[in-house]
Design a protein around this ligand. Structure first.
Ligand SMILES: [Mn+2]
Length: 473
C-alpha cells in the first residue's frame, strides 16, 4: 500500500470513529481564521448539516493553552479542530483530556502526535507534505467525503482553501489534484487558461494589465496609457456600452488574441510563458461576481476572517443567499484597509520608520496596522519589487491582549530557508509561540518582549546563510 492509500484508509477510519459518536452530541467546531480555515469550517458545517448533527462553530486566530483550558471547561463532549491542532497537539492532549477530539490539519507535527482521546488526521503522519499537497480544507473535505459520498459536492471549497494557502502554482500536487477532479466532476468548477493577473473578475481590463504583478509586460506594466494603446492595437474594445470591460468579459477569441499579444510583448523576458496560468472558475456563481474566480473567493474569505466577520465568509462558502452579498460588500472594506496599511508602510519606509539591515527589514507597526493584516502586508511587500531578492521581512503589530503578532516572509522567487525554523529560533529567546509553514510563518509574543525579539531577529538574520536564488521571471 503506498502512502496515499494509507492516508485515505486512515481518513476512512476517522470517519468511522466519528459515526460512532452518539447522534445527540453537539459537535464543537474550532477553525482558523484564514481562507483555508474558513473553507475547512464551511465543509465541516455542511457535512454536519447533511448528517443531521448539531454543531457550534468558533473561528480563532490561534489555539493556545488558555483556549484549550477554556474549551475543556465547556459542557460539550466532542470537538473538531480544522486547519489547526497538529501544531498544538501536546497542549490539546494535556489540557483537554476529557473530550473526544478530531483534528483535521495539514500543519507540521509536534513530537507528540498521538493520544487516546484524539483522532488525528494529518498527511504528514504518512510522509505526505501538507504544506504543498493538501490544505486544511482538503483534509476536512476528504473526511467529509468519507463520511458521506454526497459531500463530494464540496470539493471546490477545498480548492479555494488550497489556493488560500498558496498551494497552487500552474496546477496542484497529488492530493489536491484528486480533489480538483472531484470538483470538476461534480460540475461546480472548471479550469480555463488565462493570464496570471489578479482581478480578472473585477478590475477594468486596461487597469488589470497596467497595475502590474510579478510578471512584466514591457510597455504595458506601469502605464495605463500603454495598456489602452495595446488593447486598441489588438482590436479589443475597452468598453461595452458605458462599462469598462474586464478580463472575464472577453470572448474566447479575444482572450486568445490578448494572450498572443502579451506573449509577443514578453518575448524578450526570461520566461515569456510564465504569465499564462490556470483560472479556477466556480461555475454556479454569477459571471461578474468576485466569487466566480476561486482566487478572488479566497481573498474574500481572508477579508472576512481578518476583519472580524468570519461568519460572512462561511455563509458565502455554503451558499447562504443572505450572507453572500454582505460578504462581497465586506471585500471592499478589506481592500480599503489593506490600501491604508500599504500607504502606512510606504510612508514609513521613506521616512525611516522601518528598521533596515543588509538582508532584512523589520516593520514594527505597533497599532497602525491590524494584527490580523500584518501577515498579508508582509506578503505584499515580499512580492513587490521594493526589496532585493532573498530579504527577510519581519512585521509586528500589537494585539489587544498585551501580546504582539509577528509575521515573517522572504522576498523574491528563490527558495527561502524554512521560515518556520527561523521564527522558532527568534521566538525561543522571548518565550513566545510560533507556527505556520516553510514559506510563511508567524509568532505571538508578549508586547513587553518586542525589543528583545527585534534584537534577536537582527542577530539571527545577519547570521543566516544566503539563500539560493532563481532569476526573476
Ligand atoms: Mn491551512
Amino acid at each position: 500500500m503506498d502512502k496515499y492509500e494509507e492516508f485515505y484508509k486512515h481518513v476512512q477510519k476517522a470517519a468511522d470513529e466519528f459515526r460512532a459518536i452518539p447522534s445527540g452530541e453537539v459537535i464543537r467546531i474550532i477553525s482558523h481564521l484564514d481562507a483555508d480555515g474558513l473553507s475547512s469550517a464551511s465543509i465541516l458545517v455542511k457535512a454536519m448539516t447533511r448528517c443531521e448533527r448539531q454543531y457550534i462553530v468558533t473561528i480563532v486566530q490561534k489555539l493556545d493553552a488558555q483556549l484549550a483550558e477554556q474549551l475543556e471547561g465547556e459542557n460539550y463532549r466532542c470537538y473538531a479542530f480544522s486547519d489547526l491542532g497538529s501544531g498544538q497537539f501536546s497542549t490539546l492532549a494535556e489540557k483537554m483530556p476529557s473530550k473526544k477530539i478530531h483534528i483535521f490539519d495539514h500543519h507540521k507535527l509536534e513530537d507528540q502526535h498521538e493520544a487516546p482521546n484524539i483522532t488525528h488526521v494529518n498527511p504528514h503522519l504518512f510522509g505526505i507534505d501538507g504544506s504543498k499537497e493538501v490544505s486544511g480544507a482538503g483534509v476536512a473535505y476528504l473526511f467529509a467525503r468519507a463520511l458521506d459520498i454526497r459531500n463530494k459536492d464540496m470539493a471546490h471549497i477545498a480548492i479555494i482553501g488550497a489556493i488560500g494557502d498558496v498551494q497552487e502554482s500552474d496546477g496542484f500536487e497529488k492530493v489536491n489534484t484528486c480533489i480538483l477532479s472531484d470538483a470538476v466532476e461534480s460540475g461546480k468548477m472548471k479550469v480555463i487558461p488565462g493570464l496570471k493577473l489578479f482581478g480578472a473578475q473585477t478590475k477594468p481590463l486596461h487597469k488589470l494589465l497596467s497595475y502590474g504583478s510579478e510578471y512584466n509586460i514591457p510597455g504595458v506594466t506601469g502605464s495605463e496609457s500603454g495598456a489602452v494603446q495595446f488593447l486598441m492595437q489588438l482590436g479589443i474594445a475597452l468598453k461595452d456600452g458605458g462599462d469598462w470591460r474586464k478580463l472575464v468579459d472577453l470572448s474566447d477569441e479575444e482572450l486568445q488574441r490578448l494572450v498572443a499579444g502579451v506573449m509577443i510583448k514578453r518575448a524578450g523576458e526570461p520566461n515569456p510563458q510564465a504569465i499564462i496560468g490556470k483560472v479556477y472558475i466556480l461555475r454556479e456563481e454569477e459571471k461578474q461576481s468576485p466569487l466566480r474566480d476561486a482566487k478572488e473567493f479566497s481573498t474574500l474569505l481572508n477579508a472576512c476572517g481578518r476583519m472580524d466577520k468570519p461568519m460572512l465568509g462561511i455563509g458565502a462558502c455554503i451558499g447562504d443567499e443572505e450572507l453572500k452579498p454582505r460578504a462581497i460588500a465586506h471585500l471592499a472594506d478589506y481592500k480599503r484597509e489593506l490600501m491604508k496599511s500599504i500607504s502606512w508602510f510606504e510612508e514609513s519606509y521613506k521616512n525611516g520608520g522601518i528598521i533596515k539591515g543588509g538582508n532584512y527589514i523589520i516593520i514594527n507597526a505597533g497599532e497602525n496596522i491590524r494584527h490580523t493584516m500584518i501577515g498579508t502586508l508582509a506578503s505584499m511587500v515580499a512580492k513587490s519589487n521594493t526589496l532585493g531578492e532573498g530579504t527577510f521581512i519581519l512585521s509586528l503589530a500589537r494585539m489587544d491582549d498585551g501580546n504582539t503578532k509577528a509575521s515573517i516572509r522572504m522576498s523574491g522567487n528563490g527558495s527561502p530557508p524554512d521560515l518556520r525554523e527561523v521564527i522558532s529560533a527568534i521566538t525561543e529567546r522571548v518565550n513566545g509561540s510560533y507556527g505556520g509553514h516553510m514559506g510563511a510563518a508567524g509568532a505571538v509574543i508578549s508586547t513587553e518582549m518586542e525589543q528583545q525579539f527585534i534584537e534577536a531577529a537582527k542577530e539571527i538574520f545577519t547570521k543566516a546563510p544566503i539563500p539560493e536564488t532563481q532569476p526573476r521571471q
